[in-house]
Design a protein around this ligand. Sequence first.
Ligand SMILES: Nc1ncnc2c1ncn2[C@@H]1O[C@H](COP(=O)(O)OP(=O)(O)OP(=O)(O)O)[C@@H](O)[C@H]1O
Length: 304
Amino acid sequence: MSTLELDHVSRWYGNVVAVNDVSMTIGPGVTGLLGPNGAGKSTLIALMAGFLAPSVGSVTLDGRPLWRNEQIYRDIGLVPEPEALFDYLTGRQFVLANARLHGVPDPGAAAERALAVVEMSDAASRTIATYSKGMRQRVKMASALVHDPSVLLLDEPFNGMDPRQRLHLMELLRRMGGDGRTVLFSSHILEEVEQVARQIEVVVAGRHAASGDFGAIRRLMTDRPNRYVVRSADDRALARALLGDVSVRAVSLRPQGGVEVEATDFGRFSVALPRLARDLGVRLFEVSPTDESLESVFSYLVAS
Ligand SMILES: Nc1ncnc2c1ncn2[C@@H]1O[C@H](COP(=O)(O)OP(=O)(O)OP(=O)(O)O)[C@@H](O)[C@H]1O
């Protein structure tokens, strides 16, 4: 059982602050590292893998510092995001090379075991150039697992996978977590994370924005104020009525037509709007959210 600990960690590249004063503890089981593009997820994973030194703060595995600590690499498996594979090698040769690099006692047996775990034994004699995206991901996973590490770190492992490959990988991650390994994977998609991860850590613009199980994170995201544009046959009358409803925090008439509504409670608002329109005899033409982008959800989390 292994626990990764980040204690007030910052990392900058020149004058770009990629990770800003992050403290978090990653224990056994599956943890999802959620954040929009550029949030600092890859930098955090590189810090946890011992590939990068923190500019400030410390990253430890069971109390041992990760940076420049060769012994610790035996405990860590990393599945990086870039497709840096050797296409001319077969899957088996690639995994075997990694087993040798790690200096495992019986590299041949270790490679076969790792290939079997990711269900790649049958395709192991083909060159990597002939693999699909999902197969490439699995062979990377096999090479990360070949030395049987207690910690597995995966950077955006679901990117570019089709639904079947996605389900397969989710199942594999669950199994790894269930075996007591400390598994952390990054993603920018909440739905993806909540299907596998027991614990979710949210990072935005280098900062640690939220932490909890998926229920807690989901609540944080859906309870934020929601903005909608409503177009109707009589915007002014509708705006007046909406302002009187508890589910609505602010209403404004847009110069180009339509009412902009800030709702505090989406559930109540979705019931109140059609009821008010019906009572007023006003026809509704369109209701559309104005800020459903993931970035706006994340910015709300950081601001709160
Ligand atoms: N080697 C580098 N030199 C300069 N800036 C960097 C370097 N690596 C990352 N950055 C910057 O640090 C910030 C965080 O990048 P990082 O790749 O860690 O984020 P991310 O959440 O993994 O994003 P993505 O999902 O797009 O890979 C970004 O602003 C990025 O441009």
